[in-house]
Design a binder for this molecule. Structure first.
Ligand SMILES: Cc1cc2nc3c(=O)[nH]c(=O)nc-3n(C[C@H](O)[C@H](O)[C@H](O)COP(=O)(O)O)c2cc1C
Length: 453
């Protein structure tokens, strides 16, 4: 039995759903990406079921190249930016965690340290940062560059970035702001610590101009799956998102990452691995299959090739390929999401996929576990992954919203509870408390400075 023996659940907030043409369904508000009520509805459903967190992905660019795809998918209207959206939702929710993506490649650490500290205060300790290094082709051109920096270079910058952000969160001790009206002393400057960081990528004096976050640090989330990404996850990550299409793949990733965490001297229950799951829920197998069929009816071939292009890293011209030919074992390496390209090619080789099969698979699941079936079958699969140590919980990626989440909450969550794997109420106030993650101590607490140089 794990010390932390409760399945964790998060849900990805999306406009129409993971299926990027689900917006065509009459049940989806077509302008959902910019409609706060659409997101508040998803938040209420998840919080009502005691989910651990809402997750909002982000990228500062459009994601596709092909105009035929851009014309048809909702994904290039990224919708409301992640930290902005979760800040708004912090006042419409009470208990659920708020995980926002922000890239270390195109931000500055001072800004992000301040924004996530603000979100943690706004939400009274429910903020988390999904640290990404940028993998979408068109981000670079929005920041004065032709190409994304090299993959390893992005991770090198990310390491220093996170060290700086953590350092900034520690610049004020927890009890530095005494706000004593009688003496007139607002801040105890003995509890103020400059950062004075000088490194390869950043020079940051500090201190931060906001009190230490309620959680010490907002929870650090990460999704690296390349060698550099896994090393980063093991060192800094507390919640790890991953795409794992099969139990074997999930178990392999889980045991390798937990081993790395232990080797670094960290407690392995302080890093939670949460693969994505795309549930297509039906009261019968047939109803679930029909739901998927209906989603397929909304897609156009340009969408399938365009979305596949994105996840394979724009390395091949899918429009000129015979879709009934077998997918080759290798493609040119991408500088974008390297590990996802590798995962998809391995899968295609194992199943001897044709291009048509692969692009459909990518559209449906993007490489995540997809389960089409009854609540019983979906719950059994989740419990199997949890019990066999392929997952500490799941990041639920509904194909269509809000109904995909509603059905999951109404039909699958009770099955998980019946199996004793999921709770029915929140156990703590902060996200850390709810996830069983320790609050980081301030390492500067024992070494005060007496004045600012
Ligand atoms: C569930 C999940 C969510 C992700 N969310 C984002 C995101 O919001 N923005 C982003 O740029 N990358 C996102 N990524 C991509 C990862 O940050 C990472 O770049 C990717 O897994 C490839 O890792 P690698 O660069 O180590 O190969 C996500 C990955 C997963 C599995």
């Amino acid at each position: 039995m794990r010390p932390n023996d409760e399945m964790k659940l998060g849900v990805m907030l999306l406009q129409g759903g993971g299926h990027e043409t689900a917006w065509r369904d009459p049940s989806v508000p077509a302008n959902g990406g910019v409609d706060i009520n659409h997101f508040a509805h998803q938040a209420a459903l998840a919080e009502g079921a005691a989910f651990h967190f809402l997750f909002r992905a982000d990228t500062p660019s459009v994601v596709d190249e092909d105009l035929g795809t851009i014309a048809r998918v909702s994904g290039n209207d990224g919708g409301i930016e992640a930290i902005t959206l979760l800040s708004a939702l912090s006042s419409r929710t009470e208990n659920i965690g708020l995980v926002a993506t922000a890239t270390t490649t195109y931000h500055h650490p001072y800004h992000l340290a301040r924004m996530f500290a603000s979100l943690d205060h706004l939400s009274r300790g429910r903020a988390a940062w999904n640290i990404v290094t940028s993998g979408y082709k068109f981000e670079a051109a929005n920041f004065g560059e032709n190409e994304l920096p090299d993959h390893d270079m992005r991770y090198a910058r990310a390491r220093e970035f996170v060290e700086v952000v953590k350092g900034l969160w520690d610049t004020w001790e927890d009890d530095a702001f005494i706000r004593d009206r009688k003496s007139g002393i607002f801040a105890d400057t003995a509890k103020l610590h400059l950062l004075n960081h000088r490194g390869d990528h950043f020079s940051v004096r500090g201190p931060l101009n906001i009190a230490r976050p309620p959680q010490g640090y907002p929870v650090l989330v990460q999704a690296g799956a390349s060698d550099a990404g896994i090393a980063f996850a093991a060192e800094f990550g507390e919640v790890i998102f991953t795409a794992a299409p099969s139990l074997e793949h999930g178990k392999r990733y889980y045991s390798a990452l937990k081993e790395k965490v232990r080797a670094l001297g960290r407690e392995d229950d302080q890093l939670l691995i949460m693969p994505g799951i795309v549930p297509i829920v039906g009261r019968t197998e047939q109803e679930a299959a029909e739901k998927l069929e209906k989603l397929h009816s909304y897609t156009h071939i340009d969408v399938l090739t365009g979305v596949a292009d994105r996840w394979l890293g724009f390395v091949t011209d899918l429009h000129s390929i015979n879709l009934d030919s077998l997918v080759p074992e290798a493609l040119p390496q991408t500088n974008l999401f390297q590990s996802r390209q590798k995962l998809l090619l391995e899968l295609a080789a194992r199943h001897k996929f044709t291009w048509r099969q692969l692009i459909r698979f990518i559209y449906d699941s993007k490489g995540h576990l997809m389960v089409v079936g009854t609540p019983d079958k979906i719950a059994d699969t989740m419990v199997e992954w949890f019990d066999q140590r392929a997952a500490d919980g799941f990041n639920v990626l509904p194909a269509i919203l809000p109904n995909g989440l509603k059905e999951f909450v109404e039909l699958v969550v009770p099955e998980l509870r019946q199996r004793g794997k999921f709770r029915s109420r929140y156990s703590g106030q902060t996200l850390r408390e709810n996830l069983g993650l320790k609050r980081p101590l301030n390492p500067f607490t024992q070494a005060p400075v007496s004045s600012l140089p």
